[in-house]
Write a protein that binds this ligand. Structure first.
Ligand SMILES: NC(=O)c1ccc[n+]([C@@H]2O[C@H](COP(=O)([O-])OP(=O)(O)OC[C@H]3O[C@@H](n4cnc5c(N)ncnc54)[C@H](O)[C@@H]3O)[C@@H](O)[C@H]2O)c1
Length: 366
């Protein structure tokens, strides 16, 4: 298969972790006979420095001409005092909106060898395997009016039926590929938008009798994510609740450095990025954990290119490297050997090569 991938490294550790992900993609291309045409563009602070725009037209055109986008991270203290239009995160909001990437998928899965880094007790965290599906292009972050005077401010939480329908349907489809359970999270005891949300869920679930649906209020969901996170399969919610709950869930696995994400639309086009930010304090030091970026590339293969086997090969390789006790600085226990970003990436590549050799031996016996 031939695919075009736009890579937007961004700021801080973004260039280091996207470099690692591209190296892994090169191995997958070689081993599975695919061609990935990789082209680079700017976003965030990097784009502000070069083009005075956090999302330049060249970047939009590059992404429009691609099948998927792989992004590093944006932001850093250098741009913190910039006026609002020249803030790096504006680039992210704008690209999600421009491409109508309405569904943000964040898998959170416990990795046995990383449980020591979880703030939760091992027995609470060990069976966690959930997918948070967050609506990404509507709600409070985009609603108008949004303005302030010296003594008052207003933000608007707006959702249309259609916006809710498409994210709810997406969550049901994802649940079918997993354990078939959806927790729909809202604040229907207070908010009109949540009442409409709940109505849509009730209506849409009729076409998915095999999916078990539970309505939950956002406040009790926040508690249950800590007390019994393993109870969740798919969690679907609106933009702001999803922003907060997915960050809460992200700490369960022990490190931000291992969490990938996808922002997709219905036709398969998507933007894939680590959950973590630009970690400016370790940028350029070769210390960044590239796992989240590598797993984001795996999500790209799965959700945009329908390359499930290739995606699983990457996931398996990453897990094996952790199980074999190889860690970057964020995860290594004291006294344990610390690998650099490049060394850890090489371990994943070696593991992919090993997998491939053992699979070829297996096939030659068949
Ligand atoms: N999607 C994004 O691009 C995104 C997301 C969050 C924050 N940010 C931006 O990133 C900058 C820093 O924000 P922050 O410090 O709140 O969040 P952060 O995720 O960058 O860092 C939080 C902590 O986790 C560590 N960390 C993060 N990713 C890591 C990795 N791959 N390997 C090893 N350690 C890692 C950092 O060193 C830091 O201690 C800010 O400018 C913020 O706006 C961007």
């Amino acid at each position: 298969m031939e695919k075009k991938v736009a890579v937007l490294p961004g700021d801080g550790i973004g260039p280091e972790v996207t470099e690692a992900a591209v190296k892994v993609l090169e191995v997958i291309a070689r081993r599975f006979n695919h061609t990935f045409h990789v082209e680079y563009g700017t976003i965030g602070g990097d784009a502000i420095d070069k083009h005075q725009n956090p999302l330049p037209d060249e970047t939009v055109k590059l992404c429009e001409a691609s099948d998927a986008v792989l992004l590093g991270a944006v932001g850093g203290p250098k741009w913190d005092q910039n006026p609002s239009a020249l803030r790096p995160e504006k680039g992210l909001l704008a690209i999600r909106k421009h491409f109508d990437l309405f569904a943000n998928l964040r898998p959170v899965k416990a990795v046995p060898s990383l449980l020591h880094a979880s703030p939760l007790k091992e027995e609470v965290a060990k069976d966690v395997d959930m997918m948070i599906v967050r609506e990404l292009t509507g709600g409070l972050y985009f609603g108008e009016p949004s303005r302030r005077t010296a003594d008052a401010a207003v933000d608007s939480l707006v959702y249309t039926r259609e916006e809710i329908e498409r994210i709810v349907v997406k969550s049901f489809e994802i649940a079918r590929l997993r354990r078939g359970k959806v927790a729909s999270v809202d604040k229907a005891n207070v908010l009109e938008s949540s009442k409409l949300w709940r109505e849509v869920v009730e209506e849409k679930k009729k076409a998915y009798p095999d999916v078990e649906v539970e309505h939950m209020l956002v406040d009790s969901t926040a508690m249950k994510l800590i007390t019994n996170p393993a109870a969740f399969d798919v969690v679907v919610t609106e933009n702001m609740f999803g922003d907060i709950l997915s960050d809460e869930a992200s700490v369960i696995t022990g490190s931000l450095g291992v969490l990938p994400s996808a922002s997709i639309r219905s036709d398969g086009f998507g933007l894939y990025e680590p959950v973590h930010g630009s970690a400016p304090e370790i940028a350029g030091l070769g210390m960044a954990n590239p796992a989240a970026a590598i797993l984001s590339a795996a999500m790209m293969l799965k959700y945009s290119f329908k390359m499930e086997t290739e995606a699983s090969a990457i996931e398996e390789a990453v897990n094996t490297v952790f199980e074999d006790g190889f860690f970057t600085a964020d995860l290594a226990a004291s006294g344990q050997r610390v690998l650099s970003t490049k060394e850890w990436t090489e371990k994943v590549i070696d593991e992919l090569d090993t997998q491939f050799v053992s699979n070829s031996i297996m096939f030659s016996y068949v």
